[in-house]
Ligand binder design. Structure first.
Ligand code: NAD
Length: 236
């Protein structure tokens, strides 16, 4: 059971991505005003405001949050979905550039957006932050060291902020989704066939609805990692 988000303002980074777009749709369907941030946010079909922002640029992030607060009066929900996934990085092959991209677009951008949205959330009496983890980090997927490190850093930041901001009624959680961008390609189809539930996740109905739940009914949940992956991960 999820609640109504009428009157709430939600900011979704990576809002044009596979999962982010579905999250935007679920939030909008629940009644929230949705702001989508992405390198190219133009394709997001349900947002009240679409902003093209490079989240590795601190000034651009600050300007975006100021625009949201100036236009809609504040921020109630921040969903950090943006991440450049650097793949093919076995531990021995990881470069400084791989780490810079992974950490710059993931934990550093997520932390920056959390810092920027905190004052508005606090002033409004609370808020909800949802960050994106991955079972590549929680399980440790061989060959994905840079990505796994970045996703686990996001979980660390989430747990610290949950403790520091709980008294501000700002709840901070992680979701680990599984929504293949193309479930028909060979590797994805094989993974789906071998998965416990025998299907891929759906961005709006599975991940988006969980985000709506966290923003409304899940008002006593913070500092947690929630897997919405049909059971494919092994970390429990
Ligand atoms: N899809 C999955 O199955 C899955 C699994 C585990 C974790 N995740 C995590 O969930 C989140 C969403 O995944 P997705 O599949 O939608 O990814 P995606 O690649 O489809 O979307 C990510 C979005 O982030 C944006 N982005 C990247 N760098 C940016 C920057 N510098 N500034 C602004 N925007 C930037 C991209 O343009 C893209 O639209 C990611 O954090 C990902 O790590 C996804």
């Amino acid at each position: 059971m999820t609640g109504s988000m009428t009157g709430m303002v939600s900011v979704v980074t990576g809002g044009a991505g596979v999962v982010g777009h579905g999250v935007c749709r679920a939030l909008a369907k629940a009644g929230s005003t949705v702001v989508a941030l992405d390198l190219d946010a133009s394709r997001v079909d349900c947002a009240a405001l679409r902003l093209d922002v490079d989240l590795t640029d601190p000034a651009a992030c600050r300007a975006a949050v100021e625009q949201v607060v100036g236009t809609f009066g504040g921020v109630d929900v921040l969903v950090n979905m943006a991440q450049k996934a650097v793949v093919e990085t076995p531990v021995l092959a990881v470069t400084d550039a791989d780490l810079a991209v992974s950490f710059g677009t993931g934990p550093a951008a997520s932390l920056r957006m959390m810092q920027l949205c905190h004052p508005s959330m606090k002033a409004r009496g609370g808020g909800t932050i949802v960050n994106a983890g991955s079972n590549s980090g929680t399980d440790g997927t061989a060959g994905r060291a840079a990505y796994a490190a970045a996703k686990e850093a996001i979980r660390g930041i989430t747990k610290v902020a949950a403790k520091e901001w709980g008294r501000d009624n700002i709840r901070v959680n992680v979701v680990c989704p599984w929504v293949p961008s193309d479930p028909t390609v060979d590797w994805a189809a094989r993974k789906i066939a071998a998965s416990p539930m025998g299907r891929a996740g759906e961005a709006e109905a599975d991940v988006g609805e969980l985000v709506v739940y966290l923003a409304t009914t899940g008002r006593f949940m913070t500092g947690r990692t929630l897997f919405v992956d049909g059971g494919i991960g092994t970390f429990r």
